[in-house]
Write a protein that binds this ligand. Structure first.
Ligand code: GAR
Length: 195
């Protein structure tokens, strides 16, 4: 069983789906802790499942490296094999990346390298393109620039809003994440070779 720590910043609907995939046996992993940068609603999913949670608040006046080192210590205390940024809306500093990559993944709601950053779905709608997508990547020091492990296109339909499109993208993100983590657990992923 892969020991996984998940970091979130919001509702955690993808976390909920991942927890369900672990408990129904679709992925041979166990979430050993869920962390956040604030007391966000998504932590409820972990609390309901009796999974330990932690909060490492990001104070905008604080030094990012110091915050990142504290966050890394919290994550490391759960001895994870894999760390997943699942809607974690903070850029983790290089020291954090060095500590966990390549076993540090991020799910992103676009077909990278298109539409990186915090507003990927809105940017795709505003760009007037006909499709966007979802990606699972290894985190590196850039913003959504790491090696792509899996991705799939999602069409943008007439009348789509940011919200309706994001809901459909998340369905794909959840499938991709399960596929990637299953490959890592079965030692069939390139990430393992990099390690
Ligand atoms: C997901 O779509 C995730 O890819 C995105 O936030 C959403 C979280 O939803 N992350 C980013 O945009 C990171 N750049 P959730 O809280 O409902 O799981």
């Amino acid at each position: 069983m892969l020991r996984v720590v998940v970091l979130i910043s919001g509702q955690g609907t993808n976390l909920r789906a991942f927890l369900d995939s672990c408990s129904n046996g679709s992925v041979p992993a166990t979430v050993v802790a869920v962390g956040a940068d604030a007391d966000v609603s998504g932590l409820t999913h972990a609390r309901n499942d009796n999974i330990p949670t932690f909060i490492e608040p990001f104070d905008s006046g604080a030094d990012r490296d110091t915050w990142g080192a504290r966050l890394a210590d919290r994550v490391a205390s759960y001895d994870p094999d894999l760390v997943i940024l699942s809607g974690f809306m903070r850029i983790v500093p290089p020291g954090f990346v060095r500590r966990f990559a390549p076993m540090l993944l991020n799910t992103h709601p676009s077909f990278l390298p298109d539409f990186p950053g915090a507003h990927a779905v809105r940017d795709a709608v505003e760009a007037g393109v006909t499709e966007t997508g979802a990606s699972v990547i290894v985190v590196d020091d850039g913003v959504d620039t790491g090696p792509i492990l899996a991705q799939r296109h999602v069409p943008i339909l007439d009348g789509d809003t940011e919200s309706t499109l994001h809901d459909r993208i998340k369905i794909v993100e959840r499938e991709l994440l399960v596929e990637v983590v299953r490959d890592i657990a079965n030692r069939e992923s390139a990430v393992i070779e990099e390690k």
